[in-house]
Design a binder for this molecule. Structure first.
Ligand code: BES
Ligand code: ZN
Length: 388
C-alpha cells in the first residue's frame, strides 16, 4: 500500500503517541492481571478480512492502513473459538420465525407514541464526547453515560428491565438491557442492537469522532423503541434484549465477545436485528430501508421486509456490505439468525462517517423514526410470539 509522505508522518506520530499512551495506562494499572490489559497493548492482533482468506497477525500500523483504506475486517484475537471450522454457519437455534403478523393492535398503539424528542435529547450530548473510541477513557466515559440514560428510561417507566455492563478486555463496556420473558418460551431470546463506539479513521485515539450517524443514530433508534415499549408495559413471552456494543470499530470486538459468550452458554437466540446508521437521507434521493444481504439470514431478512411494508412508510432494498461491515456479522458467525437495517441501499451514502463531520445536523430524524418503528415491530412480532 502506498502512503503519502503526509499520511506516513501522521501514522508515525499516531503510533508513537499511542504507544506512549499505552505505557501511561499500563503504569496506572500495574495491579490488574495481565489478561485485563487492553488488546491494543499487545503487539499484534489476529485480523480476518474475508471468509475465504486465512486470518493474519497484524500490528497497529498495518491495522491503521487497513482502516484508512476502508477494508472491513474482524479482529478475532480474543474470539477465535467463534471462527473454528466446526461452527460452519449452521443454525444453532432452530425455532421458526413467525410467517404471519399477529400483533397489529399492540404495534399500532406503540407506533403512535414514537417521537424524535429523545433522539435529540440523547444524540446531542452523546456526540459531544470528543470521541467514543473503545480503547480510551473517552470511550469508557461515553459508555457509562449511555448506561445512565438507559437506566433513567427504565426508572421513568413502571416496567421491569435489567441493565448491565458487559465488560471486555478494553476500557469500554457493552450495555445490555433485558426484559425477562413471561411465557413458557422465556428461555428464548430476541436481540435488538446498535454500536455505541465511534472512531476518527485518521487518529483513532485522539481524533475528534462525533459519530452522530455512525452509530449514534442506531443507538438512539433502539433507545426510542425501548422507551415506547416500556411505556406500553411490554411483557413479551420470549425474553427481549437490547444491546449497545462496544468496540465495533475495532473489528466487531464487543459483539464477538457477547455472541461467543451466548453460544458457550447455549443461549437460545431466536434472531438479532442490528441497526448501524439510520439517520442519513439526502432529500431528493429515494428513501428506503437498506437490508444487508451478506452474512445475514434470509428468513430474518424476509421477515424484516414484511415488517417494513406493514408498519413503516418505506420499502426495503438489499445490498452487500462486506465481511466486517458491522455486528450482525458476529451473530452470523456464531450460527445465529441475524439481519441488519441501514439508512440506504448505497454503501457510500454518508461520506462524513469516521470524521468530525458526522454531526446531528446532517441527519434526518424523520428518516430515523422509520427504523424505530421497525425495532418496535420486531420486538412485538418475534419477542411476543409463541414457539413453533
Ligand atoms: N457503520 C459502519 C459500517 C458501514 C459503513 C455500513 C458504511 C454501511 C455503509 C461501521 O461502523 C464500520 O465502520 N465498519 C468498518 C469495519 C470495522 C470492523 C472497522 C467498515 O465498514 O469499514
Ligand atoms: Zn464505523
Amino acid at each position: 500500500m502506498k502512503l503519502s509522505l503526509f499520511s506516513a508522518a501522521i501514522l508515525a506520530l499516531t503510533l508513537s503517541v499511542a504507544s506512549g499512551h499505552q505505557h501511561a495506562f499500563a503504569a496506572n494499572h500495574r495491579s490488574s492481571a495481565e489478561t485485563d490489559a487492553s488488546p491494543m497493548y499487545q503487539s499484534s492482533r489476529l485480523i480476518k478480512v474475508s471468509e475465504a482468506a486465512a486470518p493474519r497477525w497484524m500490528d497497529l500500523a498495518d491495522i491503521l492502513v487497513l482502516r484508512r483504506a476502508g477494508v472491513r475486517f474482524m479482529d478475532i484475537t480474543d474470539s477465535q473459538a467463534l471462527h473454528g471450522s466446526t461452527l460452519g454457519g449452521a443454525s444453532l437455534w432452530s425455532t421458526k420465525l413467525p410467517t404471519e403478523l399477529a400483533k397489529q393492535k399492540e404495534v399500532g398503539a406503540a407506533l403512535e407514541e414514537l417521537s424524535t424528542d429523545l433522539y435529540t435529547k440523547v444524540l446531542v450530548p452523546f456526540t459531544k464526547f470528543h470521541n467514543r473510541y473503545y480503547d480510551s477513557k473517552n470511550g469508557k466515559e461515553s459508555s457509562e453515560w449511555l448506561q445512565k440514560q438507559i437506566v433513567a428510561l427504565v426508572e421513568d417507566s413502571e416496567a421491569k428491565a435489567n441493565v448491565t455492563a458487559f465488560k471486555h478486555r478494553f476500557p469500554q463496556s457493552s450495555v445490555v438491557l433485558r426484559i425477562e420473558g413471561q411465557g413458557e418460551n422465556k428461555d428464548e431470546l430476541v436481540v435488538l442492537s446498535a454500536h455505541q463506539d465511534s472512531v476518527n479513521q485518521f487518529l483513532p485515539w485522539f481524533g475528534r469522532a462525533s459519530g452522530a450517524d455512525d452509530d449514534g443514530s442506531g443507538t438512539v433508534t433502539i433507545l426510542e423503541s425501548l422507551r415506547v415499549l416500556l411505556k406500553q408495559g411490554f411483557a413479551p413471552s420470549r425474553s427481549v434484549e437490547f444491546h449497545w456494543y462496544a468496540g465495533e470499530e475495532g473489528g466487531l470486538l464487543g459483539s464477538q465477545d457477547i455472541a461467543l459468550d451466548y453460544k458457550q452458554r447455549a443461549q437460545k437466540v431466536v434472531a438479532n436485528l442490528h441497526f448501524d446508521m439510520t439517520g442519513f437521507w439526502k432529500k431528493g434521493s429515494q428513501e428506503v430501508i437498506g437490508l444487508v444481504a451478506d452474512r445475514t439470514d434470509a428468513e430474518t431478512r424476509a421477515l424484516v421486509k414484511k415488517l417494513a411494508e406493514s408498519y413503516t412508510r418505506l420499502k426495503t432494498r438489499e445490498f452487500s456490505c462486506g465481511y466486517g461491515c458491522s455486528d450482525h456479522s458476529s451473530w452470523n458467525q456464531a450460527g445465529y439468525r441475524s439481519a441488519m437495517a441501514f439508512e440506504s441501499d448505497e454503501l457510500e451514502a454518508n461520506t462524513h462517517i469516521h470524521t468530525p463531520g458526522d454531526t446531528v445536523e446532517t441527519l434526518d430524524l424523520n428518516h430515523m423514526l422509520e427504523f424505530s418503528k421497525l425495532a418496535v415491530a420486531f420486538a412485538y412480532e418475534v419477542g411476543d410470539a409463541k414457539s413453533n
